[in-house]
Design a protein around this ligand. Structure first.
Ligand code: AMP
Ligand code: MG
Length: 376
């Protein structure tokens, strides 16, 4: 049996660094695998911020209108001191112009424009005001979202180098799954999604060595990580330890924790395989403790725990040498344990977070202040 910390340390050594180029339209939520350096100034021309009249000097008050520039018109117009050019919002401002007088600030008489009110701003967005050329505008590891994608779009980049999303194959096991509902594949599927990885449900396998091997082989074909549930303890039909050692190697089996003790971790063809316990709350607890940080690391997204302090509503006994995880419901700063048994999904389904009772403790007392890892 391995301690929780040692198990986490082993898992922490894994990474996944495959990259690919994807279309910007497919990039939301992906992680940049390369810094993005601006190859141009944005805007790359002096651009009007208003509909108005571009002028050289504000002191003249009267200007002769000589031309009109709409957005997209890239002509290099020049103006003299006593002239003005009508410019639309977003249009290129003529060379030499220092101000755009908004249309509300002028009177127009034929071809003559008169400034009737003082303006406070230039109303010109200068070359490079938004993004300067040769700057590191986004960093490797940044996650593409609805805001920073605009920077990539502004620079005209259409193909982006990102880390490949790890594909995670999920297999549930147990002859009983034709009569009881398969819960674990759905909870694991959700944890995989929460970790920014791509879940693929391979199917449920019978408690049969050949069937288990054939489902695992199918997962190996398509996936980077494999997760099974059930069939990993000491029962007659618990074949996964044997299957994993036949096909690859067991790295650890049985963790000093409750619930979740039977968990196994191994490698087959250099791909990590997690065999989660069949009991639904054990499976989900192990998923929070081990899978979530593991998969997030592979996906290159940060893992962080939000922890709040709360008073415990009742004693929780635990066992020396075992880490205990107990789901709790939070209300007004009090943590109410919700655990009813490892095989009941409502032990954890309504909980707000988990408390951890370390290996060297044997009890948390009523009214103790405990750290609650809050689910997000
Ligand atoms: P096992 O570890 O295979 O002995 O399973 C332990 C318990 O979890 C048994 O009661 C199983 O019926 C149950 N179980 C196993 N896999 C699942 C699953 N995918 N969904 C719901 N319950 C399961
Ligand atoms: Mg089973």
């Amino acid at each position: 049996m391995i301690g929780v910390c040692d198990a986490k340390n082993i898992l922490n050594k894994y990474s996944f660094n495959k990259t690919n180029y994807i279309d910007i339209y497919d990039s939301y939520g992906k992680v940049l695998a390369k810094d993005i350096i601006s190859t141009t100034d944005i805007p790359f021309f002096n651009k009007s911020d208003k509909d108005g009249y571009a002028v050289v000097d504000l002191n003249l008050k009267y200007y002769t209108l000589i031309d009109e520039v709409l957005a997209g018109d890239m002509r290099n117009l020049k103006i003299k001191n006593d002239e003005c050019v009508h410019v639309a919002t977003g249009a290129k401002v003529p060379d030499g112009a220092n101000y755009v007088i908004p249309i509300e600030y002028v009177e127009k008489l034929g071809n003559e424009i008169r400034l009737v009110e003082d303006i406070e701003e230039t109303n010109i967005i200068k070359i490079g005001d938004d993004i300067k050329k040769n700057n590191e505008v986004l960093r490797k590891g940044d996650i593409i979202n609805e805001r920073n994608i605009g920077i990539i779009a502004s620079l005209g980049i259409e193909k982006i180098k990102v880390y490949e999303t790890p594909k995670v194959g999920i297999i549930s096991t147990g002859n009983e799954l034709h009569s009881i509902k398969d819960v674990n594949s759905k909870t694991i599927f959700s944890i995989v999604k929460k970790s920014n990885c791509q879940p693929i449900f391979i199917g449920s396998a019978k408690d049969d060595i050949d069937d288990l091997k054939s489902k695992i082989n199918k997962a190996l074909e398509h996936c980077d990580v494999i997760i099974t549930s059930g069939g990993v303890s000491a029962g007659k039909k618990d074949y996964l330890p044997r299957v994993v050692s036949d096909m690859g190697k067991i790295i650890f089996h049985k963790v000093k924790m409750r619930p979740g003790m039977p968990m196994l971790f191994g490698e087959i063809n250099e791909k990590p395989i997690f065999c989660m316990p069949g009991n639904v709350t054990s499976c989900l607890t192990c998923s929070y403790v081990f899978l979530l940080p593991f998969l997030k690391k592979l996906a290159h997204v940060p893992f962080s725990k939000e922890v709040v302090k709360a008073h415990l509503s009742e004693d929780i006994p635990s066992e020396y040498g075992m880490t205990y995880y107990r789901p709790v419901k939070l209300k007004n700063g009090v943590a109410y344990p919700t655990f009813k048994g490892s095989n009941l999904i409502t032990s954890i389904a309504y909980a707000d977070g988990l408390i951890e009772i370390k290996e060297d403790e044997t009890l948390k007392n009523k009214d103790d202040i405990v750290d609650v890892w809050v689910f997000d």
